[in-house]
Design a protein. Structure first.
Length: 235
């Protein structure tokens, strides 16, 4: 499921975009969660990095789309931004916030669908590089290359990173399921290691970033196999 935000002050265009999204997901057998905002200020009030794509009108009262995009970028490096505008001259400024594309008004379904296909492809690529952690005060999109390892303790998961630890509710099984498509492997019952950070394997321990972790007898064969495959480029 993709979470898409519409930020548009004109009701006519909000409804049109919602209709186009509904049509697109039906034609392509996809599932969208759609959130609608009437102004840039409205989405910024509660913005968390939970969206895959944000459709932003540029000409809006209070906070226009370009200024809203700049603030969104400070909170979310990965969200795909698409601007809705009737002024082509804004296009060059989109590069400042890493905007993927512009949709010109009046909006036709054909043009919108082509650009949305491109945005969804980019969102999928971004999704493969990060996990979303539900924290008590919001959410944190964590880049995979930031994670040294995940530790399971008493139905809590500790994501160990260079910037500190992030703790969320969950089991080791849920962490394995969330990260199964990425180069992670268990070295023992409690630790799920990011193989890209493995520096050295000793007799019964592995050096992961600044950490030295125990390799259990039960997990050793499978762990070393996963590490060998990763180093050989097959993961």
């Amino acid at each position: 499921m993709y979470h898409i935000a519409i930020v548009e002050d004109e009701a006519e265009f909000r409804e049109q975009l919602a209709e186009y999204l509904a049509r697109y997901q039906k034609e392509n057998q996809l599932e969208f969660k759609i959130s609608v905002f009437a102004d840039g200020a409205e989405i910024l009030q509660t913005y968390q990095p939970i969206y895959d794509i944000v459709l932003l009108d540029i000409e809006m009262p209070k906070i226009n789309g370009m200024d809203a995009a700049k603030q969104i970028r400070t909170r979310d490096e990965n969200v795909v931004l698409m601007f809705i505008t009737n002024m082509a001259g804004y296009a060059i400024h989109g590069y400042e916030v890493g905007a993927l594309d512009f949709v010109m008004k009046p909006i036709t379904y054909y043009t919108f669908s082509m650009k949305l296909t491109r945005a969804l492809k980019r969102a999928k690529q971004q999704e493969q590089k990060a996990v979303l952690l539900p924290l008590p005060d919001g959410a944190k999109k964590l880049e995979l290359n930031e994670i040294y390892f995940v530790e399971g303790q008493n139905r809590m998961l500790h994501y160990h990173t260079a910037d500190g630890d992030y703790i969320v509710k969950g089991t080791m099984q849920s962490a394995e399921k969330a990260l199964h498509a990425y180069p992670f492997a268990k070295c023992n019952h409690w630790y799920l290691i990011n193989l890209m950070h493995v520096k050295e394997v000793r007799k019964n321990t592995v050096i992961v970033g600044p950490f030295e972790l125990e390799i259990s007898r039960r997990n050793k064969t499978a762990f070393l196999k996963a590490l060998t495959e990763y180093m050989g480029g097959s993961m």
